[in-house]
Write a protein that binds this ligand. Structure first.
Ligand code: FES
Ligand code: FE2
Length: 393
């Protein structure tokens, strides 16, 4: 990507937890994953805990994910070098004494956790913990996963699509929106550190009998209350209610595979329809995400431009405006060193009655090199025990 402007800062996002796989897809064999452009191998040690390491054998650069797990070690497929959980090579079979290993024989090990049915990785000391979603861990709600939805765009585009109210009647008529009611209900976004909170109440869209997945039928009120938490950079906790006992938690996290690729993981918990086959919800999500994918992959640039002047924002785009502003304020998006940026209209986050941001030619604006990402402590190591595989929040 060479387009100028303000985009997600991949280096800054190394200090954020990201999903790299469904936990159920990591069993007794190593699995490859890409995160922020870095090739990773995900595997489980003898205790079942997840491990995440660089997927490059230090010997000849072979993908360690081609290898196999032996006890608490990962064995390279090419020459059988064995690696421990901390990334150190512990045995080189070609040597007369395999245990005598040079200090340089190691690969980078990263923080790893298993939670909400996902394996999470962090490439530097994390700035924030994972969101707390007790509904998904109490064991009383039925949990269904869907995805991963691998899209040709950055994770920001996928997250913003999830938060975009205006598109529901147009992209998901009859499923998430009603074409006869395109007006977005008023909502306000509260920015609380790295978490955006907002809620919306709207008439329930006609839900076709094809996908009877929502809990509105017997709750009595023909409206749905949606409470959102957007945990920067790419995780959303959405709680749906219909005024009764029925509740649904919709957990979404997008994996920033690279600057312009992502993978979205969906984990849904609910306390009703507990006997419904998982297939019904999965097919619903596949349909929704398929409808979205066509539209979002057509967007240019493929990455969210965090300069508010780069696209046109109206009042009902309040979430996107708050998201873009918070991402910049927290140093998670920044101007590329060689990029060109412009001060955004409405850059203080206040919404005007009509337009608050207007597309402008970026070449008309001065070069900008400021990077607001906070400096990281030199010498910080991803193998620090404080946040390694066994760390808990
Ligand atoms: S390339 Fe991995 S052991 Fe040789
Ligand atoms: Fe959508």
């Amino acid at each position: 990507m060479s387009s100028p402007g303000v985009f997600a800062d991949l280096a800054a996002q190394r200090a954020c937890w990201h999903p790299v796989a469904f936990a159920s897809d990591v069993a007794d064999r190593p699995v490859h994953a890409d995160l922020l452009g870095e090739p990773l191998v995900v595997w489980r040690g003898a205790d079942g805990a997840p491990r995440v390491m660089s997927d490059l054998c230090v010997h000849r650069g072979t993908a360690l994910s081609l290898g196999r797990i032996h006890g608490d070690e990962l064995v390279c497929a090419y020459h059988g070098w064995r690696y421990g959980a901390d990334g150190r090579c512990v045995a080189i079979p070609q040597k007369e004494d395999p245990a005598v290993v040079p200090a340089k024989a190691r690969v980078r090990a990263f923080g790893a956790r298993e939670r909400y049915g996902l394996i999470w990785a962090v490439l530097e000391e994390p700035r924030w913990p994972l969101p707390e979603v007790p509904e998904l861990e109490a064991g009383e709600w039925v949990v269904v996963t869907a995805g991963p939805y691998r899209w040709r765009c950055d994770a920001g585009r996928q997250v913003e699509n999830f938060t975009d109210f205006g598109h529901f009647p147009w992209v998901h008529p009859g499923l998430l929106g009603d074409p006869d009611r395109p007006v977005v209900p008023h909502h306000q976004v509260r920015t609380d550190g790295h978490v955006l909170r907002y809620e919306i109440v709207r008439p329930e869209a006609p839900n076709t009998d094809d996908f009877p997945v929502f809990g509105n039928e017997q709750a009595g009120l023909p409206e749905r209350r949606s409470r959102y938490e957007l945990h920067l950079p790419y995780t959303i906790v959405l709680r749906l209610g219909w005024g009764g006992e029925r509740g649904m938690v919709y957990f979404f996290a997008s994996q920033p595979v690279s600057a312009d690729r992502c993978a979205g993981y969906v984990v849904i918990g609910r306390n009703y329809n507990t006997g419904q086959p998982d297939r019904v919800l999965r097919e619903f999500e596949d349909t929704i995400f398929g409808q979205d994918q066509v539209v979002v992959e057509s967007q240019r640039p493929e990455r969210v431009p965090f300069d508010l002047a780069a696209e046109l924002h109206l009042r009902f785009d309040a979430v996107a405006v708050a998201y873009r502003k918070a991402m910049r304020d927290l140093g998670l998006a920044a101007a590329a060193p060689t990029g060109i940026s412009a001060p955004g209209l409405g850059g203080d986050g206040r919404l005007a009655d009509t337009e608050i941001g207007q597309a402008r030619c970026p070449s008309r604006h001065p070069r900008r090199s400021h990077r607001s990402r906070p400096a990281r402590a030199p010498g910080a190591t991803p193998t620090s025990p404080a946040w390694s595989a066994t760390a808990a929040h």
